[in-house]
Design a protein around this ligand. Structure first.
Ligand SMILES: [Fe+2]
Length: 241
């Protein structure tokens, strides 16, 4: 069984559908989501429906919480605030209930899912370097933790009490090591590659692969314009910033 771990979808249905199709073409049968299903792009309801349809075990991201009033908008930039206000107006009660049902942390036998950091996950602190990952390594009761939030795929390994960046998009997990894997963003990548990003985990081979999937960006952009969302949100998905 191969698993796909995806997240930071941000209401981008075209990107989500492309990722699901890509993952299935590689033999994935089970999906997991590290949150931020909504916010920024124009199809929040449709993305929630799709996550429910593929039965992806999902955790809550900061945009999911902001969209249901569970956290203030103070820490969001102006584009994110505008998108959250629009998203709030465009969710119905079923979608709100679904977002309210999401936990901040989920565990399977093999791994942990959290949007940002395992240490005080409700604070949504960013993990961008080997110092910021220390608290999460300390909190891990599995050897593998999938995260998102930065919209940049990245992996860290703790080996013999040393933290290192994993400089590869495909790698195998070693015994007696702990790994934090940021799966990148489906709907708004920020590594200057506009293709949708996600991760495949093969527990039989203990292998992690960061994957990219191209999708119909002009279609997603036209929906952003039609919805009256900020133009920058349409422009950035074509660049991957
Ligand atoms: Fe996000």
């Amino acid at each position: 069984m191969r698993y796909a771990i995806l997240g930071d979808i941000h209401g981008n249905l075209e990107a989500l559908e492309a990722v699901i199709a890509s993952a299935r073409s590689f033999g994935v049968r089970k999906f997991f989501c590290i949150g931020d299903i909504v916010g920024y792009n124009a199809n929040p309801k449709e993305c929630i429906n799709k996550i429910k349809e593929i039965k992806a075990l999902s955790v809550a991201g900061n945009h999911d919480w902001a969209a249901i009033g569970k956290m203030p908008l103070d820490n969001l930039n102006d584009w994110a605030k505008a998108a959250i206000k629009w998203t709030k107006d465009n969710l119905d009660s079923d979608h709100i209930k679904f977002l309210e049902s999401l936990n901040l942390v989920e565990r399977t036998e093999q791994f942990i899912l959290v949007h940002s950091s395992l240490f005080k996950p409700e604070k949504f602190d960013y993990i961008k370097d080997s110092t910021q990952c220390l608290d999460t390594f300390y909190c891990m009761d599995r050897n593998l933790c999938f995260i998102g939030h930065t919209h940049v795929a990245q992996a860290f390994v703790a080996k013999e009490n040393k933290m290192q960046f994993v400089d590869a998009k495909t790698f195998c997990l070693e015994d007696k090591c702990k790994y934090i894997v940021n799966v990148g963003s489906v709907g708004q990548p920020r590594d200057y590659n506009p293709q949708a990003c996600y991760c495949i985990y093969d527990p039989d081979l203990d292998r992690i692969e960061i994957k990219r999937a191209s999708y119909d960006i002009p279609k997603a952009q036209s929906k952003i314009y039609s919805a009256g969302l900020p133009e920058f949100l349409a422009k950035r998905i074509a660049v991957g910033e």
